[in-house]
Design a protein around this ligand. Structure first.
Ligand code: HEM
Ligand code: HEM
Ligand code: SF4
Ligand code: SF4
Length: 438
């Protein structure tokens, strides 16, 4: 089909081996032009064509033609809409405003086809029709609409689809989770239940920015960390077990004998040779706590860091323990004021039980501290560095424990105060000299 703008540079992108976003945009541009379903488009019909046009121009100029930010939103909410304006509105009027909406995804990304269809119908009529399923935030992303449509979309979404916007700006970001117990045998707690409960509990924090900066909860059912909570969340929830890895010795032998394929066949595309339990499991255990004598597999569980490697390789033989819960880590972030960092462990194990009071108490103590002391655009992880882990322990009332130390001598943080030591620090120098020479 012939479009408004020639796009030779974008067209090249369609020739690669991968699915192309250019092809996708062209498909939507064509569908809007034909309008076979007689949709009453509420924003310019040719917005997708202008989107291709402005992108082509950016490739020619090697610079973006989107202005950064802009304050737009819906009444009563301080987040959920990210303003986008084009700096070439005369050339590309269809994308003069092209705001993005974050739509709070259902926990674990489960929805019915009917629900998806309704979302898409709404978005074709009142937006560009282009979506991103899902953004790296986890949200369903609606790409491109005009300012006038925002309230209309919000009204229809909340009233007809029972669907809310997600977070953006200095608020609680849309909590996101892995599919957890619904489909995954490794899940140590119900990620979806906890994600949903905290989303509902903290609606105010989600929609009304009152924080120094963004704050993210992410829920992983196990240390495989499918939503990468340890690298991305200010508060990471990672499923864990306290007791022993369950071993089925017969199944271990079946892996060794080749009757069962390792990694559930995930690496079957190439011939890696015969499965070698010593090389592929025992020697790769990060804490060297496993032993295989040709007959029996043994695990020294107190030394196991729950890295998941052995379980991932031999899921039929090894299973997570039965005494399950969650461990909490705080402070991950991408570089903003300071460099990127991973979360730091603050609670090695907690039972996950409704109504999650213990978890909520901890969250609120962290927020009180951060909202009081955090600088503008300072993430929790940066405050932890600036004021020290000791301060975090003080405000949360958590006890210092060995699991909080990454390695001896690199992150010391426990300093006793005089009032914490029976008898204090004062000493009688005369009494001291009775026993010690100068
Ligand atoms: C209750 C008694 C003791 C306490 C509370 C104590 C406490 C400490 C502390 C806090 C450190 C610093 C550790 C570090 O920075 O990594 C240290 C280091 C050291 N202590 Fe003690 N200490 C005690 C008894 C002793 C005794 C009796 C000896 C020797 C006979 C000793 C020999 C050392 C040595 C050699 C180091 C340096 C170790 C190293 O850096 O590798 N300590 N001690
Ligand atoms: C020929 C005998 C010895 C040799 C060659 C030797 C060598 C070393 C070396 C290379 C280090 C590491 C230093 C560093 O990396 O900072 C060290 C540390 C240490 N050595 Fe020795 N050492 C000897 C005897 C001893 C004896 C007899 C003692 C105690 C009675 C001792 C106590 C220590 C201690 C406590 C440290 C830790 C110091 C620190 O890290 O602050 N060494 N030694
Ligand atoms: S994080 Fe663990 S429990 Fe969640 S989907 Fe991934 S492997 Fe399964
Ligand atoms: S989970 Fe990781 S640390 Fe634990 S026994 Fe298996 S390989 Fe070792």
């Amino acid at each position: 089909m012939e479009f408004k703008h020639k796009t030779p540079l974008l067209d090249q992108l369609e020739t690669g081996p991968w699915p192309s976003f250019v092809t996708d945009i062209k498909q939507e541009a064509e569908s809007r032009k034909k309008n076979e379903k007689n949709i009453e488009y509420q924003i310019p019909v040719d917005c997708c064509e202008d989107l291709l046009g402005v992108l082509e121009l950016s490739y020619v100029h090697k610079r973006t033609h989107w202005k950064h930010g802009g304050i737009v939103g819906v009444f009563g909410y301080g987040g959920g809409v990210i303003g986008r304006y084009c700096d070439q509105p005369e050339m590309f009027p269809g994308v003069a405003h092209f705001h993005t909406l974050r739509v709070n995804q259902p926990a674990g990304h489960f929805y019915t086809t009917e629900y998806l269809e309704k979302l898409c119908d709404l978005w074709e009529r009142r937006g560009s029709g282009l979506t991103n399923m899902h953004g790296s935030t986890g949200d369903i992303i609606f790409l491109g609409t005009t300012t006038e449509q925002l309230e209309e979309i919000f009204y229809e979404m909340t009233h007809n689809l029972d669907q809310d916007l997600g977070g953006s700006g200095s608020n609680l970001r849309t909590p996101s989770d892995c599919m957890g117990e619904s489909m995954c045998e490794f899940a140590c707690y119900d990620t979806q239940a906890l994600c949903y409960d905290l989303t509902m509990e903290y609606q105010d924090e989600l929609h009304r920015p009152a924080f120094p900066y963004k704050f993210k909860f992410k829920f992983d059912g196990c240390p495989n960390c499918c939503v990468a909570s340890i690298a991305r969340a200010d508060l990471s929830f990672i499923g864990i077990w306290r007791d022993d890895i369950r071993i089925d010795q017969e199944a271990v032998k079946a892996y060794v004998g080749g009757e069962l394929v390792p990694n559930a066949g995930a690496h079957a595309g190439r011939d890696w040779g015969k499965f070698d339990i010593q090389k592929e499991v025992i020697d790769l255990c990060p804490t060297k706590c496993m032993r295989w004598d040709g007959e029996k597999l043994e695990i020294n569980n107190p030394e196991c860091t729950r890295c998941m490697h052995c379980i991932n390789v031999m899921p039929r033989a090894l299973r997570i323990g039965n005494d399950r819960g969650v461990c909490l880590l705080a402070g991950a972030k991408a570089p903003i004021l300071h460099g990127a960092q991973m979360s730091t462990l603050i609670v090695p194990f907690m039972k996950v039980e409704e109504p999650y009071d213990e978890i909520k108490e901890l969250i609120e103590k962290l927020w009180d501290w951060w909202m009081e002391e955090g600088l503008n655009r300072e993430r929790l992880g940066e405050l932890m560095k600036r004021q020290g882990f000791q301060k975090l322990l003080e405000v949360t009332g958590l006890k210092p424990i060995p699991q909080m130390i990454q390695e001896p001598r690199s992150n010391p943080y426990i300093f006793w105060k005089e009032e914490e030591v029976p008898g204090g620090f004062k000493r009688d120098i005369k009494e001291f000299r009775k026993y010690h020479q100068r």
